[in-house]
Design a protein around this ligand. Structure first.
Ligand code: F6R
Length: 240
């Protein structure tokens, strides 16, 4: 793992943008694995600004998102489908048919997403990090061999995400559909961003802990090309 520590969120986002832009410029038909949540917002803002100012094109880019809540309409303001359209896709020239997000609550929905990905090789997979060490919605305890599957969200995750649902945990969906760790590990390159003190324990477990399902992100220790971008707060518990 290559670990880069920046002073703050803005600098971490800019660093992540440089990595992402290099992939898109070097391979105009690249396949991007994308994430939602607060973490990638700064990166997405940079991508949109760069597209508008420098004309970096996403016309031939294909995307696959990590996850989506179960039981939430796609047009719900907090669905990941809405999130991606609002915070990234509407600001780029990416054709709608090139964009993929998982959706559904059954094994067939999971298998269909894996099937859709079969004909593509993800060039770069963007990840945020859960406070409990999850990547995608692979919660602690998930086997590293899992592909796309339905998960029950843990209380910590639902509490962390309550901020998007009027701070009411009862409004946060209980389940999600997510790429599995085996799906994520197939990407050529992984770009993980983690910022803020709330992530410091998970960052330490991911980088310095044993490779163990208690920290799903520790699976990345086995990936050949991982860039981890942190701010000082998220890096504060690292000892090495
Ligand atoms: C989102 C995702 C999650 C988030 C993680 C961190 O698509 O898969 O793993 O990356 O929960 O969320 P934020 O960025 O909101 O702290």
């Amino acid at each position: 793992m290559k670990v880069i520590v920046k002073d703050n969120y803005e600098e971490a986002s800019l660093e992540a943008f440089k990595v992402m832009k290099e992939v898109v410029v070097n391979k105009p038909n690249a396949v991007l694995g994308l994430a939602t949540g607060s973490t990638p917002l700064g990166l997405y803002k940079n991508m949109i600004e760069d597209h508008k100012e420098n004309g970096t094109s996403y016309k031939n880019i294909t995307t696959f998102n990590l996850d989506e809540y179960v039981g939430i309409d796609r047009n719900h303001p907090e669905s990941y489908y809405t999130f991606m359209n609002k915070n990234l896709f509407s600001g780029l020239d990416i054709p709608a048919e090139n964009v993929h997000l998982p959706y559904g609550d059954k094994k067939e929905d999971c298998d269909a997403y894996e099937k859709a990905m079969e004909n593509y090789q993800v060039d770069i997979q963007l990840l945020g990090l859960g406070g409990n060490g999850h990547i995608g919605f692979n919660e602690p305890g998930t086997s590293f061999d899992e592909t796309t599957h339905i998960v029950e969200l843990q209380e910590r995750t639902r509490k962390d995400n309550a901020r998007f649902f009027e701070n009411d945990i009862n409004q946060v969906p209980t389940h999600a559909i997510t790429m599995g760790i085996a799906t994520i590990m197939k990407a050529n390159k992984v770009l993980l961003i983690a910022t803020g003190e709330n992530k410091a324990d998970a960052v330490k477990a991911m980088i310095e802990g044993p490779k163990d399902t208690s920290c799903p992100a520790s699976a990345l220790q086995d990936h050949k090309d991982v860039i981890v971008i942190l701010d000082k707060a998220a890096a504060s518990k690292l000892t090495k």
